[in-house]
Each structure stands twice: as structure tokens, then as C-alpha cells.
Design a protein around this ligand. Structure first.
Ligand code: ZN
Ligand code: ZN
Length: 307
């Protein structure tokens, strides 16, 4: 099968062996559509620690080809939560799957979905509602990541702002509106479009972070307000405690909401993700697609690796 492989510092489409069923619960999924996200770019650029040789990609939907599992059979349409946790430890039992010491991430620690086929444990697979297109299903991971903001205990009556001018900040605002959060603005912290009043928001959410943006978040939030940190940046931030402490803000670092809730939300048809799609590409077009995604984060490109 073809796959986009990071091999040392090199990225290329290679012919690799198809995965084979190995043990109990394993499922082989034919990848129908796979979305490219910022995390994949970081992995490709060597900014995240990965195995020397790795198939990239973690957002996808596809068709079950073969399964060592009673729950799935060939022909099932599915999507997959890329965060593979053990499901047995105390963190997993509390729902803090990201804190699981054995957690592995598809496309970072294990071979990913920019390939014709992928092997995944059945425990991380979700069946799709009959009418759900693959493209929407492949959007389930970013939607689940957006749903994490509700863990911060914010309420629709509060005034909030999302920092970012990318597809993820737009997706988050769209989702929050569906949940009744009408009072949430978007602000572009890089282009600095629009003016933000200092100390005026009950909560501020970032979808892109730097030391400078961190300072803007602190500046914008009300005293005692919530600063919700959402992006998975690999760079260190620096700030002065003596400045930040004056406002006594509450920090919430949130990772994922429920994957099932994400699929249920997409199935309602209330969330339009089609307007956040760049296009569908072949694996061989990876060079231009990766470059385009680095230049602009406004729309998400997808690969169709199955053909
Ligand atoms: Zn992602
Ligand atoms: Zn665990």
C-alpha cells in the first residue's frame, strides 16, 4: 500500500506492507478520508518526538476490512479516536485518558492514517450513523478537541473570546453557538484585527499560542476570569508571575471532550464542517498539501488514500 512516511528528516510517499491482524481486538481499517492538522506538520518537521520511521496522520474515517473482534465486521463504516489509552488504570477510569502512562497517539507514537490501511484496537473505534459522510466523520477528532472547552465550566451568559483566525477557532465558535454560547467573539491575535477591551472578558480561549499571545490573554480576561488553553504547542512559553498573579485568573488546560458526543453532534447536521474543507487530495500531492497547510490554516485539506 502507499503511505506518507516520515523517514528521519525526510517525508515521502512510499510503498509499505499492509498491516496484518496481530491480536485480540485488532481491526484493520481501509482509510477513506484523512484530515491534515497542525500536529501532523509538527511531526513532519521533527518538532515532536516520533519513531525514526513513521506513517503520519491521525484524523480519519474508513471501512473495516478485517477484525479480531466481535464488535466489528468487514464493511462497518467507522472513525477512530487517535488517543489510545490503556482503559484500565486509575486515570483512564476517571476519564483522564490523556494522563494514562501507557497512552499512545496514532501518527505520533504509532503508524498513522495517511495510508491505504491502518491497524487499530477495536476499543478506540466508533461506528458511524448510516447517513454520515466520511468527510464529516473524519472531522470527529477536531470536533472532540473543541468540545473540551466545556470542561472549563463556562456558561452561555458569560462573555468570552476565542483567540485565533484559523479553521479550528472558527469550528470552536460554530460549536459553541450550537450549545447556546452566543456571546463569544473571535479575535485574530496575529493580524490584530479588531480591538479588544482590556480586562473585559469572563473567559478567553486560545487556539494558537506564543509568549506574546499569552500576555494578550492575561491582558484581556477580567480579574478572576478563566484563561482556557487549548492548543498543543511544542514551544516553551515564558511569563512573569508577578504580572499574571495580579488578576488571579483561573487556568484551564483542556485536551479532549467526548468522542461519542462529537459523532452525535455531527450526526445532528447542525454543525457544518463542509465550509471548513480545503479539498480532497491524493497521497502523492503531499508536498503541496503540507506546504499549503503551513502557509494557511483557514481550511482543512484531506487525503483520499484508498485509491
Ligand atoms: Zn488533529
Ligand atoms: Zn490508562
Amino acid at each position: 500500500m502507499k503511505a506518507i512516511v516520515k523517514d528521519g528528516s525526510n517525508l515521502a510517499v512510499q510503498n509499505v506492507n499492509r498491516p496484518q491482524l496481530q491480536g485480540d481486538g485488532d481491526v484493520i481499517v481501509q482509510v477513506m478520508l484523512a484530515g491534515l492538522c497542525r500536529t501532523d506538520l509538527y511531526a513532519a518537521e521533527g518538532k515532536l518526538q516520533t519513531p525514526e520511521k513513521l506513517i503520519l496522520g491521525h484524523e480519519f474515517a474508513g471501512l473495516v476490512m478485517d477484525a479480531e473482534s466481535d464488535q466489528f465486521k468487514a464493511g462497518d463504516r467507522v472513525c477512530v479516536n487517535p488517543l489510545l489509552s490503556c482503559g484500565r488504570c486509575s486515570h483512564c477510569h476517571k476519564g483522564a485518558h490523556g494522563a494514562c502512562a501507557e497512552a499512545k497517539f496514532i501518527g505520533i507514537d504509532l503508524d498513522g492514517c495517511f495510508a491505504g490501511y491502518i491497524i487499530v484496537p477495536g476499543s478506540s473505534i466508533y461506528k458511524l450513523p448510516a447517513a454520515m459522510p466520511y468527510l464529516e466523520a473524519a472531522y470527529a477528532e477536531p470536533v472532540a478537541a473543541s468540545l473540551a472547552v466545556f470542561k472549563a465550566g463556562i456558561s452561555p451568559s458569560e462573555k468570552g473570546v476565542i483567540f485565533g483566525s484559523n479553521r479550528f477557532s472558527q469550528l470552536m465558535q460554530n460549536i459553541m453557538r450550537i450549545y447556546g454560547f452566543e456571546n463569544v467573539d473571535l479575535f485574530d491575535p496575529v493580524g490584530q484585527k479588531g480591538q479588544l477591551e482590556r480586562s473585559s472578558y469572563d473567559y478567553v480561549i486560545e487556539t494558537v499560542i506564543s509568549t506574546d499571545i499569552f500576555g494578550q490573554l492575561v491582558d484581556t480576561v477580567k480579574p478572576g476570569g478563566k484563561i482556557i488553553l487549548k492548543s498543543r504547542n511544542y514551544e516553551a512559553l515564558s511569563f512573569r508571575m508577578n504580572e499574571v498573579i495580579k488578576k488571579e485568573p483561573i487556568f484551564h488546560l483542556v485536551n479532549y471532550g467526548s468522542f461519542q458526543e462529537s459523532i452525535d453532534l455531527l450526526a445532528t447536521g447542525k454543525l457544518d464542517v463542509q465550509n471548513l474543507v480545503d479539498g480532497v487530495y491524493r497521497l502523492e500531492q503531499y508536498d503541496a498539501v503540507f506546504a499549503g497547510s503551513k502557509a494557511s490554516e483557514s481550511l482543512k485539506p484531506f487525503f483520499a488514500p484508498w485509491d
